[in-house]
Design a protein around this ligand. Structure first.
Ligand code: FAD
Length: 372
């Protein structure tokens, strides 16, 4: 689209998570200035946990002028290691894929979720973000949509991006009312000080300890903060969104794991942990109309086993901005965006449902062979 058309395009982004905020940043860098992000919460917030920003995601931040802001609050990581539960056997150790695919080498960057969203929102032009706006209804009128919010306000937009997460209202109203799917697992997450991690913070690499019955421990060091993001994922039939857990239950789960993991678990303050039943969604047939598109978890929520959800949301944002620049119209851009991104996220959704089988791990990155 022509720069003048992009400048005048009235864009509403629903949801101020990683996907919505990254979309706002990507669009502002291509000259779309009439962009508003509507977030339901009264303040932008993320749970206490770490994630890894993969090399292609880091490359986008370079393009968007945000690399320094992200680098200032993250640690560069070289590889992912998959170990047996007791830590004695390295099952796979591989460099993060695509680290050397760009003019400048991009490590994966390990970052606290809260620091990441703060840095991302800090990169947005002023006044783009409206908090306290919970979308309750959307009417797609072809080239324009009407949005209704719980606070009584309404607005119209030429392009709506539904980045409102796994329980997306935009998806439910316009594309699919099928509910999220419970995976039969829980994730228990906390960020602790390195001093409380019994010697497990010693370099900048992500370690995944694969136990029996699909119990996994993810150790993600955040050395720039002197912290460890500690995540236990385990099977459960309890599908309540925020299941209750006890210290005894967690200690039982990690029996037979590396003794540093057992000792760390024993010392945890369970009241500080984020406990979540893990859900994803089935792959959608279509995630755009002529003027509305889904992005991130709203389009393709996936299980967290390989750590692609937030990365995919940000890469969606990059692809959408590229498509708008390259296409002749919004309608054509949205078709192009889905054609580029959906085959990739369909495959990531599929792979994430396979999880990790402790007895059968060939590679730390199962997506490497099927996604180029
Ligand atoms: C246990 C666990 C571990 C994970 N680990 C990783 C990892 O290591 N790496 C990785 O890449 N990904 C990981 N993920 C996935 C990642 O968290 C998500 O994929 C990512 O947060 C999706 O971003 P999003 O912006 O699409 O959605 P969200 O982060 O869910 O953001 C949606 C936003 O929309 C807002 N919203 C919702 N409804 C409305 C409404 N009606 N009106 C207005 N606003 C609304 C919400 O308040 C929220 O701010 C993990 C997920 C889990 C559960």
């Amino acid at each position: 689209m022509q720069p003048a058309d992009l400048k005048n395009l009235n864009i509403a982004i629903v949801g101020g998570g990683y996907g919505g905020a990254a979309a706002a940043l990507a669009l502002s860098t291509i000259g779309a200035t009439n962009v508003t992000v509507y977030e339901q919460a009264s303040a932008i917030h993320q749970v206490g946990a770490g994630i890894g920003l993969r090399p292609p995601t880091v490359e986008l931040f370079r393009q968007w002028g945000g690399f320094d802001a992200i680098a200032a609050v993250s640690s560069p990581s070289d590889y992912l290691e998959v170990l047996s539960a007791d830590g004695r056997r390295v099952i796979a150790r591989e460099e993060w894929p695509k680290a050397r695919d760009y003019a400048q080498e991009n490590n994966t960057r390990l970052i606290h979720r809260g620091d990441f969203i703060d840095a991302l929102v800090g990169l947005l032009p002023e006044d783009m973000l409206r908090v306290g706006h919970k979308l309750t209804g959307i009417e797609d009128r072809g080239g324009r949509s009407l949005l209704t919010f719980a606070n009584g306000r309404t607005t119209t937009a030429d392009l709506v991006i539904g980045a409102d997460g796994i329980r997306s209202v935009v998806r439910d109203r316009l594309f699919s009312d099928r509910p999220p799917v419970f995976s039969g697992a829980h994730a228990y997450r906390i960020v602790i000080s390195a001093e409380d991690a019994h010697g497990m913070v010693f370099d900048d690499n992500l370690r995944l300890y694969a136990g029996q019955n699909n119990t996994m421990v993810y150790n993600l060091p955040l050395r720039h903060r002197n912290d460890l993001s500690f995540d236990i994922t385990a099977e459960s039939e309890d599908d309540s969104w925020a299941p209750e857990i006890t210290a005894e239950y967690l200690v039982d789960l990690v029996e037979g794991f590396d003794e540093r993991i057992v000792n760390t678990t024993r010392d945890l303050d369970v009241s500080e942990m984020t406990s979540r039943a893990v859900y994803d969604i089935d792959s959608l047939d279509v995630w755009h109309s002529d003027s509305v598109a889904l992005l991130g978890d709203a389009a393709h929520a996936m299980l967290h086993h390989q750590g692609h959800g937030a990365n995919s949301a940000i890469q969606d944002a990059g692809a959408l901005a590229d498509a708008l620049q390259e296409a002749g119209s919004v309608e054509e851009a949205l078709a192009r965006y889905q054609a580029i991104r959906k085959p990739i996220t369909d495959e990531l959704q599929r792979l994430s449902r396979l999880g990790w089988d402790a007895n059968d791990v060939d590679t730390a990155f199962p997506e490497k062979t099927s996604i180029k």
